[in-house]
Every structure is written in C-alpha cells, then in structure tokens.
Unconditional design. Structure first.
Length: 112
C-alpha cells in the first residue's frame, strides 16, 4: 500500500488483505466492518464513522458484514521510538504465545 488514502467497497466473504500497513487508519464509511489483525487477541467491529489503527505490519483482514465501504488512510507521522514500541509489542505477543506453547522464542530482533 503506497497510496496515502483509498476507499474500498467490501462484501461478505471477500476480505481486504493489508500487509506492511502498521499505523494506517481504517475508517468505516458505510455498513458494518469486521477487522482481524495479527497479534491482537480480539477482532474489531466498526460502524460508520468509527476508526481502527492497524497495530503492526502483520496481516490485517478487513471484511464486510453484508456490504460496507471503508477508507484506508496513510499512517499518522510517528517518531522512531513509537515505531519500535509498536513493532516490539507485536514481537512480545508472539514470544509470549510461543513460550505458552512450550516453544522457544524466535531468535531475531529486527526493529526498523
């Protein structure tokens, strides 16, 4: 996603896939929208006028419940420290999940 802002018409069972979109803002323009984001424990439901900031660069799925229209806007300018904390939070969540499952944490730390 390189454009600053775009609108999408969505329908059931045809999710919009966002990758490398951390910091972008999804706004529901019409209808009801269901969002599933990598590293998040819950899904999110948006109604017209509500917004959701994509928390990291992992896969985010945006799907309509019926028909809906969403606007995806460029990320708000953030400091380097904020980006590190955002990405670190996703990595921390992944590490904790792996530890709970009895797996070793990933041996990488590649912050932007």
């Amino acid at each position: 996603m390189n454009q600053p802002s775009a609108e999408y018409e969505l329908s059931t069972d045809q999710p919009l896939r966002l990758e490398d979109a951390g910091g972008r803002v999804v706004e529901a323009v019409s209808g009801t929208t269901w969002i599933t984001a990598y590293g998040q424990r819950t899904d999110f439901i948006l109604r017209p006028g509500q917004r959701f900031m994509v928390p990291n660069d992992g896969l985010t799925l945006i799907e309509a419940l019926g028909r809906s229209r969403v606007r995806v806007a460029a990320p708000i300018a953030q400091s380097w420290a904020h980006r590190v904390l955002r990405e670190g939070g996703a990595r921390w969540s992944e590490t904790m999940t792996r530890l709970r499952q009895g797996l070793r944490p990933a041996a990488r730390c590649d912050f932007p």
